[in-house]
Design a protein around this ligand. Structure first.
Ligand code: ZN
Ligand code: ZN
Length: 281
C-alpha cells in the first residue's frame, strides 16, 4: 500500500479544504508523508492558482504544520508549477522565495503559437476544450496536441523541477473523439517527451484523478506510455492530485495494481531531498 501522497491542493489554490484537514486525514490513513502542491502563482488573475499575495501565508501555514506534526508525519511544501512559454515565471524564482522542498511541472494552459490567448485543457468542461481547439487551432487536433507536447518539452528543457505532472492530460477531454492514442504521430510525440524526461532524470507521476473524477477512463499516463516508462527505466510515483482530504488515497491501490501488471516493480519516495525506491511486490 502506498502510504504517502506528494500531489494535492488545499484552499490556498483550488482545493476544497484547509491544509490541516489533509494532515488529519493523512494521519488517519497512516501516511508517512504528504506534500502540499498548490498551483503556482501566475502573472494574471485565475480562479485556481495560489495568489501572489498569499504566498507568505502559505509558507507560514506549511511551516506551522511541519512543526506541529513533527514526529507524526513528514510534510513538504511544494508547488505544482504551470509552465506557459513567455508568461509563467521561472520555477526557480518561486522555489527560492518559498523555500520549496520539491516541484511538480505541469501544463494546463496551452499557448497557441504567436498568440496571447490560452487554451485550457483541464477542468470539468469539455466544451472549453472543443471551443479552444476550434478557435486556436482550426480543429487541427495534430497541431493542437503537438503544441501541448512541445510546451511540455520546453518546460523540461528550461525549468527546474523533479516530477512531471499528468504527462498526457491532453487526452482527457479528447476522450477518443479527435484522435486515438495508438496513432503513430501521437506515440512519437509521447516518446520524444519521455526521452527528455529520462535525460533530465525526472520522476514520472502516475496520477489517479482523471479516473476517480470520471473525466478519463484511464490513468495519466496511459498503459502504453507506462510500458515505455518501464523499458526506459524512468522512476515513477503514484499520486491522487487530491482536492479534498477524502481523495488523498483515491485509486492508489488500483494504480499500484496497474503498475505491477505492466511489470513496474517499484515506485519512488522523496526523503530528505532525494529519491528512494519503494518495492511494489
Ligand atoms: Zn495538474
Ligand atoms: Zn494538481
Amino acid at each position: 500500500m502506498i502510504d504517502y501522497n506528494l500531489h494535492q491542493h488545499s484552499t490556498f489554490s483550488d482545493g476544497k479544504a484547509e491544509p490541516e484537514a489533509y494532515v488529519k486525514k493523512a494521519l488517519e490513513l497512516k501516511f508517512r508523508a504528504m506534500g502540499f502542491t498548490e498551483h503556482s502563482p501566475l502573472p494574471f488573475p485565475t480562479t485556481f492558482s495560489l495568489k501572489p499575495e498569499n504566498t507568505d501565508a502559505y509558507v507560514r501555514e506549511t511551516a506551522r504544520l511541519k512543526e506541529q506534526y513533527h514526529g507524526q508525519i513528514t510534510l513538504y511544501r511544494a508547488l505544482e508549477f504551470d509552465f506557459i512559454p513567455g508568461l509563467s515565471d521561472d520555477f526557480d524564482s518561486w522555489r527560492d522565495k518559498l523555500h520549496l522542498d520539491y516541484a511538480i511541472g505541469s501544463v494546463h494552459l496551452v499557448r497557441p503559437e504567436q498568440s496571447d490567448d490560452l487554451w485550457f485543457i483541464d477542468g470539468p468542461e469539455r466544451e472549453k476544450y472543443d471551443d479552444g481547439l476550434r478557435k486556436y487551432f482550426g480543429n487541427d487536433i495534430k497541431k493542437a496536441v503537438k503544441t501541448y507536447y512541445f510546451q511540455i518539452n520546453q518546460m523540461i528543457e528550461t525549468q527546474q523541477f523533479e516530477i512531471v505532472g499528468h504527462l498526457d492530460k491532453i487526452k482527457m477531454h479528447n476522450a477518443g473523439r479527435y484522435f486515438s492514442e495508438d496513432e503513430k504521430w501521437y506515440r512519437r510525440l509521447v516518446n520524444e517527451s519521455l526521452e527528455l524526461v529520462r535525460e533530465k532524470d525526472l520522476v514520472m507521476e502516475v496520477n489517479t484523478r482523471g479516473l476517480y473524477k470520471k473525466r478519463s477512463d484511464r490513468l495519466f499516463p496511459d498503459d502504453e506510455t507506462l510500458k515505455q516508462v518501464k523499458t526506459m527505466q524512468i522512476p515513477v510515483l503514484i499520486s491522487s492530485d487530491a482536492h479534498l482530504p477524502e481523495e488523498l488515497n483515491m485509486l492508489m491501490d488500483h494504480a499500484e495494481e496497474r503498475l505491477v501488471e505492466i511489470g513496474i516493480k517499484a515506485v519512488v519516495f522523496f526523503r530528505e531531498g532525494s529519491w528512494e525506491e519503494v518495492p511494489l511486490v
